[in-house]
Design a protein. Structure first.
Length: 157
């Protein structure tokens, strides 16, 4: 099965190992984690269309990691957060097993890794989505670089 081979190759790669090491450092020290999550959110809004059906789960993983990092959601085990951050770092790395600039297949390995992590954490992700929907309107704030104007976005009805 090509999907299994793709995930297996990506998870054994030095790129994913490096992402896992960086994720562990970020989660245990909460050092620059907010910047990584903001970058992942921005990348999903930009080039995330190439992820296909995995995009929604990837966006939920970003929201879950933000809620955990902010201390609003405490039900996620630390090792699960490490897996989420590692998958997002892998997604952000343009030079991974299949470089992102390769037409048509550049994001295939990224989508496979994100799908694999989301499926492994399905119970945690579903619990978070339930918590998120029951939590009501949550304001999620991203840092705005100095010198950029803040513009209001209309909320859907």
């Amino acid at each position: 099965m090509p999907y299994t081979a793709s995930v297996s190759a990506a998870l054994r790669s030095r790129f994913f190992r490096r992402a896992l090491e960086r994720a562990t450092a970020l989660v245990t020290g909460n050092h620059r984690l907010a910047r990584v999550l903001a970058a992942a959110g921005a990348a999903l809004r930009g080039r995330g269309r190439g992820l296909g059906g995995v995009r929604n789960d990837a966006a939920a993983l970003v929201r879950m990691a933000r809620a955990v990092a902010a201390g609003r959601y405490r039900a996620l085990p630390k090792r699960s957060l490490v897996a989420v951050v590692a998958a997002l770092l892998y997604f952000l790395d343009p030079l991974d097993v299949i470089p992102d600039f390769v037409p048509l297949v550049g994001l295939a390995d990224d989508a496979a890794v994100l799908f694999w992590v989301a499926s492994r954490l399905r119970k945690d992700l579903d619990a978070f989505l339930g918590w998120e929907s029951g939590d009501g309107a949550v304001i999620d704030v991203e840092p705005v670089p100095a010198g950029r104007a803040i513009t209001a976005r209309p909320t859907p009805p």
